[in-house]
Design a protein around this ligand. Structure first.
Ligand SMILES: N[C@@H](CCC(=O)N[C@@H](CS)C(=O)NCC(=O)O)C(=O)O
Length: 248
């Protein structure tokens, strides 16, 4: 008798002797232990940064959307964020606002996610450019607001925003050359890519001319499934903020 012919009846027997497993009651999906307070998906670049960071970390979280139209509900929800700014992450007793603090918190809580580069020098570089993003580029923000639903190719870029655009192109070009792309710090996306993702979308919304390396980076970031998911949700948002809908 071959091994195969012995094995067959044994398998059948055990199948006969074993009563069918009782139908399992489907458990309700566990509620995520984390929440992230967000504002408009179309206009809020800070919300996008916080959301990408949480997704890069692999953290399951509930989105708490701050309504942009209802003033009283807005005030109530803003209490969730002590600085009255979004995004604000709540996770296992921690309440964290400011995207840089959220990045640091998530990197500490989820060390395997690689939110920062592993190399000390590259990590310092990543933190430096993220800090520069969080505290700078005011002219770029003011003149090219994030608007994922819009496309304004004839938008006249204010002279004051040009040095910001040049500096961002310099940051990206240097990172891509030094670490080899396609992300800012090499093959794996990190917190810096989340920080600069809304700049990518601005460059595309307003057709900002950039060099080939930066254009390639814009393509890489645009193709990220998480960003695609966010943009799809932004397109479904009904509310519009008129002041931010520019058409030139
Ligand atoms: N640097 C802050 C900026 C956050 C910020 O300015 N958030 C805006 C929304 S994009 C905000 O909450 N504004 C107050 C409001 O919406 O009422 C961060 O990193 O989180």
């Amino acid at each position: 008798m071959t091994v195969a012919s012995r094995a067959k009846p044994t398998a059948r027997k055990s199948a006969k002797a074993t009563p069918p497993a009782p139908a399992r009651k489907s458990k309700p999906a566990a509620k995520p232990s984390a929440s992230l307070t967000l504002s408009s998906k179309n206009y809020s670049s800070w919300s996008l940064r916080g959301w990408l960071l949480a997704r890069f970390a692999g953290l399951p979280f509930e989105e708490v959307m701050l309504p942009t139209d209802d003033e009283s509900a807005r005030k109530e929800l803003l209490l969730l964020a002590p600085s009255i700014l979004v995004p604000c992450l709540r996770h296992e007793g921690a309440t964290v606002w400011n995207t840089m603090a959220i990045a640091e918190y998530l990197a500490e809580a989820f060390p395997k996610a690689g939110l920062w580069p592993t190399d000390r020098v590259a990590r310092a570089h990543a933190r430096a450019i993220c800090g520069e993003m969080v505290s700078g580029f005011a002219n770029l923000r003011a003149s090219l607001p994030m608007n994922l639903k819009g496309h304004f190719p004839r938008h006249k870029i204010w002279a004051g925003a040009k040095p910001d655009i040049e500096r961002i192109s310099e940051i990206w070009s240097e990172c891509l050359a030094r670490y080899g792309g396609p992300y800012l710090f090499g093959a794996k996306r990190c917190a810096a890519d989340a920080m600069f993702a809304p700049v990518v979308t601005r460059f595309l919304t307003y057709d900002v001319p950039v060099n080939a390396a930066c254009l390639g980076y814009c393509d890489t970031i645009s193709a990220m499934p998480e960003l695609q998911e966010w943009i799809a949700a932004a397109r479904l948002e009904p509310d519009e903020i008129e002041q931010l809908d520019m058409d030139f």
